[in-house]
Ligand binder design. Sequence first.
Ligand code: FUB
Length: 377
Amino acid sequence: MLVSRLSKAHLLGFGLPLLLAGAACQSNSSSSETTTAQPAAADSAATATAAKPKFLSAPLVRDIYTADPSAHVFGGRIYIYPSHDIDAGIKEDDNGAHFAMRDYHVLSMDSVGGKVTDHGVALDIKDIPWAKRQLWAPDAEFKNGTYYLYFPVKDKQDVFRLGVATSTSPTGPFKADPKPMAGSYSIDPNVFTDADGQSYLYFGGIWGGQLQRWRGTQYDSTVAPNQPAQAVAIGPRVARLSKDMRSFAGPVTEVQILDENGKPLLAGDTKRRFFEGGWLHKYQGKYYYSYSTGDTHLLVYAVGDKPTGPFTYKGVIMNPVQGWTTHHSIIEHKGKWYIFYHDTELSGKTHLRNVKVTELKRRPDGSIETIEPMVTQ
Ligand code: FUB
């Protein structure tokens, strides 16, 4: 994994210039609210020398590093729940130890292109009684007059579990439940509420996200990150949420992702198989499940007729961004669809990312046009 992470930046040829371009952000920030005028798309990089890459869109905030943006529309306003990247001085390893995040900030804006407000610290790891380290990609939902923040973090045994925290405000502060959600594991929670009011929690990520170590409710830390190429690829998990939104109302099931012939994707099919960062959205009655392919750095999608799948692979939403990880969310706002994503424009470093947004376009048949997040001039 370490080899892959280094080699991608090298192959794309973006490593050195962007490493030099770093230091735009402070790794820690104050907890007070700050508002940032959002630079226009196709920003400053466009004016740089011809050898530099041009980015499709600009970072939404520059005072802190942010990643894994889960966007939602609450009361007409866009709220973004990202990871808050910091440089904790931890050496990069195969399990992503250098992603050592310790708190969350919530960002918001009236509309895409408008001012972005950083609402300060919404939840701190020190206030999660069972947490040990690595506060990774969160998501949020509003129900019953309460805002729910779902988050993955390693417990005292270094096993990723999912937690839930609540607030009366979309921007927090959030109060964490005293224990992880029963039966939860791995990373990257994503909550989707269907038209009938039923909410579902999707989760999972392989390699550093530990999903390959789980067989049902059994955890085995000795399982290797990579499966045999001919094995059916490990799928993300989904469970119905109970009415209180704090526990599972039914069993955790594995989501099936199929190829064009109705066969499950195989582990060796690394440009299509699930890796991490799943997101469910609905469009014209169909369920779109999108995710990162991890070591092949794509955002791809599959479509199904039910929220729990199966889903049939359809194509690439976004080609590789600068940086090893790629992670996204999709929302509709004021009649347009948007994808929130991240790259490493500000730092050039794998673990110091910045969130962005661009429009998501569909063809008349509902298929999604592939986005090229950067081009070399
Ligand atoms: O931010 C830490 C991890 O990196 C996330 O959980 C993954 O989705 C990847 O973006």
